[in-house]
Design a protein around this ligand. Structure first.
Ligand code: 6PG
Length: 240
């Protein structure tokens, strides 16, 4: 995986470093095109970052010009403890009081998840226009087998080149998800991966210095190629 790597002592300093970068990108995006389009990662790692953004960065980022999207969503109700939206709602959206029109959760109320994916894509087309999504920053995590968003190794979604959002069945719990595709993720200017803790050490090693037999593996996280920077933010515990 060819990207910049930045290492911090612990999750707290990692989260603070990412928040600082987000402030810079937000200011540059708003000055350049009047808006900051930010994709939030799911999972547990980014929670501390979201708490820092809504406390220390409440006044330092123009949230009235910031739009929040999700990289993926578990196909559960928004009040389900497994919901990525619920985590961000508690840690960032509610405490920040950001306007509802700026918050774009993936819908999980359709009986057919494919309809949900189409509905989210329709919203994105309305927001960005037909030429396609152009997220200013995408935040992502990486799972132990190299998945990112809900793009897992071997998934047919890895080969999707037209659609920006698709439903997927995955090995993790819950099995049904919605995910942005590489077509949407790669539209980003910058992509930040956030990894913290011992459990990430092995996948970081595989991504950065795979053994000869691992070199043939396809890790979805290594297949994200944005227009600008890809930065791996690690804490020491996740560093191989
Ligand atoms: C999800 C995420 C997923 C996550 C990684 C890392 O819905 O689970 O989008 O891609 O970012 O699995 O998760 P942790 O941060 O909890 O380790």
């Amino acid at each position: 995986m060819n990207c910049e790597t930045r290492v911090w002592d612990d999750k707290e300093s990692l989260s603070r470093a990412v928040a600082e970068e987000i402030e810079k990108i937000a200011a540059a995006s708003i000055s350049d095109h009047g808006r900051f389009d930010l994709v939030l990662a799911g999972g547990h790692t980014p929670r501390r970052l979201y708490e820092i953004l809504c406390s220390d960065y409440r006044e330092r980022i123009d949230w009235s010009r910031t739009h929040l999207f999700w990289s993926d969503e578990r196909y559960v109700a928004q009040d389900d403890p497994l919901s990525n939206y619920r985590m961000a709602q508690q840690a960032l959206v509610i405490p920040l009081g950001i306007s509802e029109g700026n918050v774009h959760p993936m819908p999980t109320y359709f009986a057919d998840p494919d309809e949900a994916a189409q509905s989210y894509e329709k919203m994105l087309r309305g927001h960005f226009g037909p030429e396609g999504p152009k997220f200013d920053l995408v935040l992502l995590g990486i799972g132990p087998e190299g998945h990112t968003a809900s793009l897992f190794p071997g998934s047919p979604a890895l080969n999707e080149v037209e659609r920006w959002v698709v439903p997927v069945k995955v090995s993790a719990k819950p099995p049904l998800r919605l995910t942005l595709t590489f077509a949407a993720l790669d539209s980003a200017t910058d992509v930040f991966f956030l990894l913290s803790g011992e459990s990430k050490k092995d996948i970081v090693r595989k991504l950065l210095s795979p053994s000869p037999e691992e070199q043939g593996e396809v890790y979805p996280a290594a297949c994200v190629h944005p227009k600008g920077r890809t930065i791996l933010f690690l804490d020491r515990a996740a560093q191989p």
